[in-house]
Write a protein that binds this ligand. Structure first.
Ligand SMILES: [Zn+2]
Length: 716
């Protein structure tokens, strides 16, 4: 695999230089990729639920799903309260289970030609099992059994990840499913509990070999999380090995493992990536999760709910779902429609079937366009687990809080709104994958591992672009001994950026203005060259080899209770440095996190201008209004440019719903290539497509569309 990757990188670089980028060729064609339309049902039931499956009609259930257009159904084998949904020797069945639910459902679905995916919620332990196996239960920092999850509904305990639970309960229960029932795949959930409530038991302490951190500010969190991640990944690989020994055709994955909030690639043994997207900002959240996963060698699905998040019994706008599905397909993902069952009848009404059909149907034509294609992006954005932890997320799987300043979301949003294409990479990805991209953006990261830092330097030396936002990271491995001196040694990236870090400004707000500076040359006409104020701590740097693009300015004296721009300082707000064949852009202010928090135009404009400039000639870019997301997929001699309706400024927790779509006109696509067009057509419109060529630049005018349009170009 390693040899293949190296060969592949070289191959890709050659192709991208000749304008013939062929995508990455090693995507696994497994069950997950072949079954594009899946449905998942939540059916968490506590011990208090007395009517589980009471009036259930499995034949009607399966019949309704057959009509819905789905190909595969996720159904509970082990629920979120730790109970089995079938008779099991290795995991206590739900105390009120009236019938063999998993058995009845899986048989009825298979009889109708539908696939079955067994759902396993892996972290909780029901009360009965916790009593039987006290050494499987997580212990809190004070040494008592952790009941942090206990409330009226979740009365279960969390499994200790280093216990024998995996070998003695989870894997044997999966074998029961494999031996006794129809099953095509295994879908796991809730591993994030291992990270949000670490276990302090004797065994876990011994395995780590040091004191497990308790205080949020303990510098050993990085090292402990790395250890824990490796432990949990090892256990998941153990599960994967066992499942593939049961049947090599089975596929297995787990919700959010290897996602943006975790920033480590999923365990090798997994066959797909998967994640449920929060409703409040669906199209952006879906695109962002897919930007992490879509380019990898494993299939990915995005799970969107019929409702406004799980267990919120309100139906969303069909246009929102169709738009999220369009984003998913345009990123070469497959989709999963999420819904919730009422435990007492689990009935699927005719009107729900109509909803499912329309949800899947809205993008049916795009399924053919992207079948066998791979996603392309010009820009790479780096995210690290440390960044997410420092934002206070404890590596939560959930999307960021609306108001929380998140540099990762800020950068991605600015790139999307500019009409550029981006993928998201982790530290561990850079060595092999960075050369696929024209530039790398590092948004306000505090630390970068040494292998990743070396990969970045090699990439810039060979002509890659680099954008450092909000300061410079220190080079520090997660398991390296933390010291203040090492954590504030910026010399590695100082050399690349051609600047010296002096410290941080005391001001709570700093400014810059493009007027009369070199930044003006890349500043768009419709954004006025007036002072831009940025809240938060700015880096105080001095120029060494780098040249100034725009200086930073201090705040002036308070007027009307507010802070206007004051004195212009000698320090850069923006600088650029030539390092060997590459260019390194530096921005001193926290533009990315502040853009996410505030949505101000001056901030996105600055981000967009330096990112675009750092990339040189982009392969493809969407021009025209910002209300369109843009994606590119590649096949042999064929490129598809996908446009999907988008709503900007979606940072609040309230849903921004597309109640009824308008017709969008005006976007055009600029493609930089030496190839010539043989034919071009739109997927939703039969109108002839207008395009112009000037040198290596082709401009394609998109026809009007509502939710999405895919323009397919066949090259000579
Ligand atoms: Zn433990």
């Amino acid at each position: 695999m390693k040899t293949f990757c190296r060969f592949f990188v070289l191959f890709t670089v050659l192709l991208s230089q000749s304008g013939l980028w062929a995508g990455h060729a090693d995507r696994k064609e497994n069950f997950w990729q072949q079954n594009v339309r899946k449905i998942h049902f939540d059916l968490h039931t506590s011990a208090k639920e007395t009517e589980l499956g009471k009036n259930f009609d499995p034949a009607h259930f399966a019949e309704q799903l057959k009509k819905s257009g789905t190909q595969a159904v996720v159904f509970f084998a082990r629920g979120g309260n730790g109970f089995a949904y079938h008779p099991s020797k290795f995991n206590s069945p739900h105390p009120q289970l009236k019938t063999d639910l998993y058995g009845d459902v899986s048989r009825e679905l298979h009889q109708r030609g539908l696939h079955v995916i067994a759902y396993f919620n892996i972290a909780p332990l029901c009360e009965a099992d916790a009593k039987k196996h006290p050494d499987w239960v997580t212990v809190d920092a004070k040494g008592s059994s952790d009941d942090s999850r206990s409330n009226d509904f979740w009365e279960d305990s969390v499994v200790c990840p280093s216990s024998r639970y995996w070998e003695d309960s989870l894997i044997p229960q999966m074998a029961e499913i494999a031996n006794n029932y129809p099953v095509d795949a295994f879908w796991m959930d809730s591993h994030y509990n291992f990270f949000s409530a670490p276990c302090y038991c004797e065994r876990c302490r011994k395995l780590y070999g040091k004191d497990i951190p308790v205080d949020r500010n303990d510098p050993n969190w990085r090292s402990y999380y790395k250890h824990l991640q490796e432990l949990v990944w090892d256990k998941m690989n153990l599960v994967s090995k066992a499942v593939h020994e049961m049947n090599p055709e089975y596929v297995l994955g787990s919700d959010w493992v290897g996602g943006g909030m975790w920033a480590y690639p999923a365990p090798d043994g997994f066959d797909f990536n998967t994640g449920d997207i929060r409703f409040n900002n669906g199209p952006l959240n879906a695109a962002l999760a897919l930007a992490v996963w879509s380019w990898r060698d494993k299939p990915v699905d995005i799970n969107m709910q019929r409702e406004y998040w799980w267990q919120e019994f309100n139906t969303r706008s069909i246009y929102d779902i169709q738009r999220e599905f369009a984003v998913t397909l345009a990123s070469c993902g497959t989709f999963m429609l999420g819904d919730v069952l009422r435990p007492f009848d689990m009935r699927i009404e005719d009107e729900k079937v109509r909803f499912y059909r329309d949800a899947f149907g809205g993008t049916a034509k795009m399924e053919k366009v992207v079948s066998g294609a791979t996603p392309y992006a010009d820009i790479a954005i780096l995210v690290s687990p440390e960044q997410q932890r420092m934002l206070g997320k404890k590596w939560s799987v959930l999307s960021p809080d609306a108001a929380r300043a998140d540099p990762f979301y800020g950068t991605y949003t600015a790139v999307v709104e500019a009409g550029m294409t981006a993928h998201i990479l982790f530290d561990a990805d850079l060595k092999v994958n960075l050369t696929r991209y024209k530039t790398l953006v590092i948004p306000e990261l505090k630390y970068i591992g040494s292998e990743a830092a070396n990969a970045i330097e090699a990439y810039v030396k060979e002509g890659g672009g680099l954008v450092l936002i909000g300061g410079l990271p220190a080079v520090l491995d997660a398991d390296e001994n933390w010291s203040k001196a090492r954590a504030s040694d910026y010399s590695f990236f100082e050399k690349l950026a051609g600047i010296r870090v002096k410290g941080w400004f005391d001001y709570k707000k700093t400014f810059f203005s493009a007027e009369g500076t070199k930044l003006q040359a890349i500043w768009p006409e419709d954004v006025y060259r007036l002072p831009v104020g940025i809240w938060g701590t700015a880096t105080q740097a001095s120029l060494e080899e780098a040249s100034m693009l725009a200086p930073i300015a201090a705040p002036g004296r308070i007027v009307q209770g507010g802070l206007p721009m004051g004195e212009i300082l000698d320090n850069p707000a923006f600088s650029v440095n030539s390092y060997k064949k590459g260019k390194v852009y530096f921005a001193a202010q926290p533009l990315a996190s502040q853009y996410w928090e505030r949505g101000w135009r001056g901030l996105s404009c600055a981000l967009q201008a330096i990112i675009e400039e750092s990339a040189g000639d982009l392969y493809a870019m969407r021009h025209g209004g910002s209300m369109v997301q843009f994606f590119v997929t590649e096949k042999d001699h064929e490129t598809a440019f996908h446009l999907v309706s988008y709503m900007s400024d979606m940072r609040t927790n309230a849903p921004r719903t597309l109640q009824k779509p308008v017709t969008i006109s005006g976007p055009s696509i600029e493609v930089n290539t030496t190839r010539t067009i043989k034919s071009i057509h739109a997927t939703n419109s039969s109108a002839p497509i207008d395009f112009k060529r000037k040198g290596n630049k082709i401009t394609i005018i998109a026809p009007p569309f509502r939710i999405w349009e895919s323009l397919v170009v066949h090259w000579n």
